[in-house]
Design a protein around this ligand. Structure first.
Ligand code: GDP
Ligand code: ADP
Ligand code: 5GP
Length: 206
């Protein structure tokens, strides 16, 4: 599907676990990367910029994008649609970049099916459900009703931690950021299956 010179880092975890905060912390220390900007039908939050945090679209546009085969994967999360567009990801991979996805557990399954041999996945959790609630309330981007929905979802998402290569419990932000930085650096060393095969073949022919 793509020329695979680059590698993929998937980050998932409950809403409010600290994915965005952690990415911002490590951004300057992990070399050349591309952060995949998803398309979503969710309402834009205060402080979010269209085209920076997400491409915000309505349901009709999203459905048209599905028909046009625009997405590498898409899913419905907390009642909103989210999707990863193929084109910029392909471009970034062909340039050998580390491509970072902040996607939900369904997205991780899809990416692993399509790009598993170049993917490293990390599940990020808060230290407790009560701390998660506190963070979502103090972030003040979501209504009480939305927060309740996200907390309920958190319990279900955490059940799928075993599908990931690494787990980071985001208690102390500095410690969690240092661990994520090391994982991101190591993710670049992942060797795709075709390169391993040609390496082995070369040795067979000596
Ligand atoms: P946050 O979790 O509070 O940052 O809230 P968001 O609205 O930014 O994200 C909601 C959920 O959708 C999270 O679980 C994201 O990881 C997930 N998500 C965001 N973009 C994508 C995407 O392109 N594909 C998939 N599958 N999930 C996404
Ligand atoms: P996500 O992107 O996973 O939804 P955010 O990065 O938006 O999560 O973090 C949710 C809220 O929790 C933000 O207000 C953020 O400042 C705060 N936060 C993140 N990590 C920590 C931490 N280790 N300790 C305390 N607060 C945190
Ligand atoms: P939020 O609405 O809080 O920004 O995101 C809610 C959830 O949607 C998060 O868990 C986030 O990782 C996930 N999400 C965001 N974009 C995508 C996407 O393109 N695909 C999938 N599958 N999930 C996404």
């Amino acid at each position: 599907m793509v020329e695979k010179n680059g590698v993929v880092l998937v980050l998932s975890g409950p809403s409010g676990a600290g994915k965005s905060s952690l990415i911002n912390r490590i951004a300057d220390d992990i070399g050349d990367y591309y952060f995949s900007i998803s398309t979503t039908t969710r309402e834009i939050r205060d402080g979010e910029v269209d085209g920076v945090h997400y491409h915000f679209v309505d349901k009709e546009e999203f459905e048209q994008d599905i028909k046009d085969d625009y997405f590498l994967e898409y899913a419905t999360v907390h009642g909103n649609h989210y999707g990863t567009s193929i084109k910029p990801v392909k471009e970034a991979l062909s340039k050998g970049k580390l491509v970072i996805f902040d996607i939900d557990v369904q997205g991780n399954t899809a990416i692993n099916n399509r790009l598993g041999d170049i993917t490293t996945s990390v599940f990020i959790t808060p230290p407790s459900l009560s701390e998660l609630r506190r963070r979502l309330v103090s972030r003040s981007t979501d209504s009480d009703e939305v927060i309740d929905k996200r907390l309920k979802m958190a319990k279900r998402e955490i059940q799928r931690t075993s599908e990931y290569d690494f787990l980071i419990i985001n208690d102390d932000l500095d410690v969690a950021a240092e661990v994520l930085k090391q994982i991101a650096i190591t993710a670049r060393l992942k060797i795709p299956t075709d390169r391993i095969n040609s390496f082995v073949q070369k040795w067979e022919n000596i």
